[in-house]
Ligand binder design. Sequence first.
Ligand code: C2E
Ligand code: MG
Ligand code: MG
Length: 585
Amino acid sequence: MHTPLTEHDPARETLGTLAAPVPPLTETIPALSAYEAFSANASLYAIAVVDTVRRPVGILNRFKFLEQLSRPYGRELALRQAVSSFMDASPLVVDEELSLDELSTMLVGDDSRYIFDGFIVTHDGGYLGIGTGYSLIRRLTERKHAALFHMAHHDSLTGLPNRQLFSAQLTESLAHAQQHGQHVGVLYVDLDRFKAVNDSYGHLVGDLLLQSVAMRLRGAVRAGDAVARLSGDEFAVVLNQLNAEEHADTVAAHLLSVIRQPHSLDGHEAHISCSIGIAVYPGDATSQGALLRAADAAVYHAKRFRNTFQRYSRDLLQGHAVGLQSYGSVKRAVEEGHLSVYYQPQVDTRTGALYGVEALVRWTDRERGLQSTPELIRLAEDSGLISEVTNLVLEQAMTQVVAWTTQGLIKDLTLAVNISSVELRDGHLVPMIERHIAATGFIPGHLELEITESTAMLSGRTAGALLTALTSMGIHLSIDDFGTGYSSLSRLRRLPVHAVKIDRTFVEDIEHRQSGALAQAIILMAHSLGLSVTGEGVETERQWDFLEANGCDRVQGYLISRPLPAHEMTAFLNTSTFTPLSHRR
Ligand code: C2E
Ligand code: MG
Ligand code: MG
């Protein structure tokens, strides 16, 4: 079996391994023998002195011994004396079973003399070898390095290798497989909806669940296979010595069922499933990088269905076009907080007074810079991460608006947050909003959720109930990108919405075709249903004038301000408090 990068367990190490088997001297032997032994070996530091049955009676320290010989009486004479007259007769004698840790405590705690003098290690009371403080310190340092190595390469929660060690293990596996003409399978294992478990049971249970998953994964593969935790709820498995590529599928199916079994954690029974992406060397890719990308593309697809595995195929890559961000990178962006919220003001059309801000998520990738928001949203929706994006936006934006209010910069500002259709179907939204309201002290009546027109129209009965639940909490709803979908007026009337936002394309028409007929119609219709209207994408004075003339309630767009990061929005609020946007009036 080929076990890559093995490590030993240093905690069990005893003195037996440390003792140097230096030949001892019998107590009656002339000191000349000791002198010869020390002269022959410059690094010999101490020699044990034993009785006739090899029981230690003393220790000769190199430097003390040589010093005594240099005293002003005949060296010749001295060398004929028995070694016992030079030895330290109360040596430190320890049993080989003593652990290194216990010994070092003794040496330091008692009398540091022994660190310099050396000590004698025995087995059943008989001489076994000699140890010195120096060798002990060196060994302890090596162990510390080993422990640091372990810490740097393992995840402290699950004890599994981390991404770095995993990639070293994979390198070894691939080299080995290449030599022996074998297959290697790489499985990316991603837990489904782990965030939800974490949120509903708390982090402690979440951690227990990750540990339980780690143990099951480790237990479900062969000892020669590698299991690692890459980040949060993302694991990876390397299957070594696969006889056939299909065996990777068999293992994946097994892992799915193993993870699906209920986990009993600290009195809770938790259920979780996972999604697995598979890539096999050399069939799917021959380089390590390409193999990992293939597994990533595969898990991205598996994630759409959840609780399933997906083997890589070239077709997958078509949808996962080159240049686009991968699922893994979106996930890391969410987890590592590379997402931030920008704010775009919405103002009263007539007075120019600030009405609210729309929160728009921004993704700044460390290497590639600012990424496209629509692309981020699409990837997040496809891979089940959208609820985490919303969670992050709500948390940041509510905290920020509360802070602005506390600072006296704003009063009664409406915060608009975009919600995806996917979220109208899963049950997370209401508890999530409730949690953030409780945590930040945000006033529910100041929250407006924007759902797109197509979402509002398509959503079924559960979504309708959800919207009603939201409005009964005092939250306002508006229909985003209005005019682009196919709204049924009767349906629109029955939805508990408060406002519509005229899509930017109609506002553009005002400028370019000099005909705002559609915008005009939308405003009339919305008002007749008792809804207020916001014009989106207002870039020119002319558009603003037209919208104002037609009774549009609010405007939003680059003319007023681009979406701004929090600190710039703070500056915007500072100036607009004193010079309201009505400056254009
Ligand atoms: P949206 O909700 O209709 O947001 C308005 C978009 O128009 C924003 O693009 C904004 O930057 C842009 N915009 C604002 N004023 C002007 C203007 O005067 N001219 C032009 N040309 N564009 C303007 P952004 O931020 O890229 O967002 C695109 C879409 O992504 C949003 O459309 C929304 O549907 C979605 N989105 C943004 N943030 C989130 C979020 O946190 N969650 C969800 N689920 N979706 C979001
Ligand atoms: Mg919007
Ligand atoms: Mg819009």
